[in-house]
Design a protein around this ligand. Structure first.
Ligand SMILES: [Zn+2]
Length: 85
């Protein structure tokens, strides 16, 4: 198995952020991201904010499927990331 050494900085964290919020990551990876979140105030706040937004959106769109709400967040996150570069 090829092992790639990854440095878990903010950029990497945000790259995986959506999957991290979805809890759709291998345990090993999510542990590493968790570690970064513990030491990085900015990323910790980002996670907190996004979790609240997702929670509120799910509450608001009670009659919509969860998937469409999550999909919309994914899209807006991707747009944000694009614009920053
Ligand atoms: Zn960070």
């Amino acid at each position: 198995m090829k092992k790639k050494r990854i440095e878990y900085n903010c950029e990497v964290f945000q790259e995986y952020l959506v999957d991290y919020l979805d809890e759709d990551l291998p345990a090993e990876l999510s542990i590493e991201l968790e570690k970064h979140r513990m030491v990085c105030r900015e990323c910790a706040r980002l996670v907190k904010t996004l979790r609240r937004i997702i929670y509120e959106l799910k509450k608001l769109s009670y009659y919509e499927t969860e998937e469409s709400v999550v999909a919309r967040i994914h899209t807006s996150l991707k747009i944000k990331r694009w614009k920053r570069k």
